[in-house]
Design a protein around this ligand. Structure first.
Ligand SMILES: Nc1ncnc2c1ncn2[C@@H]1O[C@H](COP(=O)(O)OP(=O)(O)OP(=O)(O)O)[C@@H](O)[C@H]1O
Length: 243
């Protein structure tokens, strides 16, 4: 028997400022799958991710996660999803450790479990030196790593990453790739939005391309050869040659 998909997106649309930003997008995602989301500026990637994260309601269409409609039950999103938005939402006056405990507690962990979860993710993301540092004095790359830790602290079933490599140095980009593959191997489904095609080739199993709010491509990706084909597909769609 086939295992049901973790995430099902069916005919989702959303207008912004009176214009269509995302139109009739449908796809599904299995546990352990890493989906790369590509598209030119304004293609609708962040709007799509905001809807998947439960931060923005679709005008029409349905999103189900683990078989449950989370538009009508938004608490599901908080429990099952970890989301790193384009710019990590941090409180300048809280330390790294306090952030992680607070994010864990927001997901229902007891004080003790929240402390343990924070300690675990601090070790995994090598944030130990920054543990007691205020978020307000972190560098951009350090803020990004803290945002990633906040998205992961409750071990979500679905991890949504909007431009996660922004501001990271090459060592940290390598660590991020390792972490994504590690989470996928443990069964987490990952959606990764990026402008860097190489990023998608390095970590994704599948790639989706949005253009003018519509899903124009959704296919598995097979290694380096897949990378060359992807580049050509992307530019064909982005320049409108396939319209
Ligand atoms: N807060 C907002 N208010 C009004 N319109 C918005 C808002 N955010 C996005 N839009 C519009 O929705 C459309 C899709 O934008 P979105 O940010 O989803 O694209 P994107 O693919 O993430 O772009 P980028 O790669 O530049 O981040 C664009 O036309 C954009 O102008």
């Amino acid at each position: 028997m086939m295992t049901p998909a973790l995430l099902n997106v069916a005919g989702v649309s959303r207008r912004r400022a009176g214009r269509p930003a995302v139109t009739d997008v449908s796809f599904s995602l299995n546990r352990g799958e890493v989906l790369g989301l590509l598209g030119v500026n304004g293609a609708g990637k962040s709007t799509t991710l905001q809807m998947l994260a439960g931060a923005l309601a679709p005008d029409s269409g349905t999103i189900t996660l683990d078989g449950r409609d989370f538009v009508s039950a938004p608490g599901i999103a908080r429990q099952l999803i970890g989301w790193l938005p384009e710019s990590a939402p941090l409180w300048p006056e809280l330390t790294v450790e306090e952030h992680l405990q607070a994010f864990s507690a927001l997901r229902g962990a007891s004080k003790r479990d929240a402390r343990a979860a924070a300690g675990h993710i601090i070790n995994r993301l090598q944030l130990g030196d920054l543990r007691r540092r205020l978020a307000g004095v972190l560098s951009q790359g350090q803020r990004q790593r803290l945002g990633l830790a906040c998205a992961l602290v409750h071990e979500p079933a679905l991890l949504i990453l909007d431009e996660p490599a922004n501001a990271l140095d090459p060592v940290q980009v390598g660590e991020l790739r390792k972490l994504i593959r590690e989470r996928a191997a443990a069964g987490t489904a990952v959606i990764l939005s990026t402008h860097v095609l190489g990023e998608v080739v390095a970590v994704c199993d599948r790639v989706a391309i949005l253009h003018e709010g519509r899903l124009r491509h959704d296919a598995p990706l097979a290694g380096e050869a897949g990378g060359k084909a992807l580049e050509s597909t992307f530019f064909t769609i982005a320049t409108g040659a396939a319209a």
